[in-house]
Design a protein around this ligand. Structure first.
Ligand code: NAP
Length: 219
């Protein structure tokens, strides 16, 4: 499948690599497609990889991933052209962080409080027939692909309004190694999923770790 990834940071490139390895074709969208390090990344991935503008990536993708910094997300969507999201599944990987880093307790802060979420905000910015699915926001990029731990497979929590879009994203998650996907309901549930990133990061700061993940234990 043709996948457009808005964002050329660690998350965009990690997911791009993983999706290419599972047979997909990927265009990474960025403000600066000619960046040397990005061109090298494209070369290394081979024929299934391209880099382009946000618009080119959004035009290319039958399915789109949003992997931009929170302050840059609305700008990236506007640069991509909101009509390019119509009828598509849109995976929202963002966390609405204020960018100030952790406080003395290792706690990151969201810019939009806890009565809203990036997932809902992005759904509202896009055409109504674009189907946003929150996913992959509560794991560091280092463990986004094939997340195997000695205690077993971690859980990926997703949310979105379209059952079909969530089915599609669940399939993609299975392809990149997430065996356990928990559908938490409508996109509003992003309010509960996104703060897991604060918890994930706090554990990381306190234990100097990026090798941890969440698991939902079931009877
Ligand atoms: N890092 C992680 O482990 C992790 C894990 C889970 C979720 N997340 C979330 O995933 C998202 C991406 O994180 P990241 O660590 O890969 O990188 P990041 O530094 O948060 O974001 C990099 C991307 O944001 C774009 N961007 C920044 N400012 C912009 C602006 N003014 N206008 C348009 N685009 C702008 C950059 O565009 P250019 O390509 O043009 O520079 C780049 O593609 C974030 O929302 C983050 O919270 C991160």
């Amino acid at each position: 499948m043709k996948i457009g990834i808005l964002g050329s940071g660690p998350v965009g490139l990690t997911l791009g690599k993983g999706l290419i390895q599972t047979g997909h074709h990927v265009t990474i969208g960025t403000r600066n497609p000619s960046r040397e390090s990005l061109q090298q990344w494209v070369k290394k991935q081979g024929k299934q990889a391209l880099a382009g503008t946000f618009r080119q990536a959004a035009e290319f993708g039958e399915l789109l991933l949003i992997c931009t910094s929170w302050p840059g997300t609305k700008k990236a969507i506007e640069a991509a052209g909101i009509w390019n999201f119509k009828t598509k599944t849109v995976v929202d990987v963002t966390n609405p962080l204020d960018g100030k880093g952790p406080d003395d307790n290792g706690r990151l802060t969201f810019t939009i409080g806890h009565n809203n979420s990036a997932g809902e905000q992005i759904q509202a910015w896009l055409p109504p027939d674009a189907n946003v699915v929150k996913a992959l926001s509560c794991i560091g990029h280092e463990r986004m692909l094939l997340p195997e731990f000695k205690e077993g497979s971690p859980t990926m929590f997703i949310a979105g309004n379209s059952v079909e879009a969530k089915r599609q994203v669940t399939n993609l998650l299975h392809q990149i190694g997430w065996d356990d996907v928990a559908d938490m309901g409508m996109i509003e549930m992003s309010r509960s999923i996104e703060p897991l990133s604060i918890l994930w990061a706090a554990y990381g700061f306190l234990n100097d770790s990026n090798a941890h993940a969440f698991k939902l234990l079931k009877k």
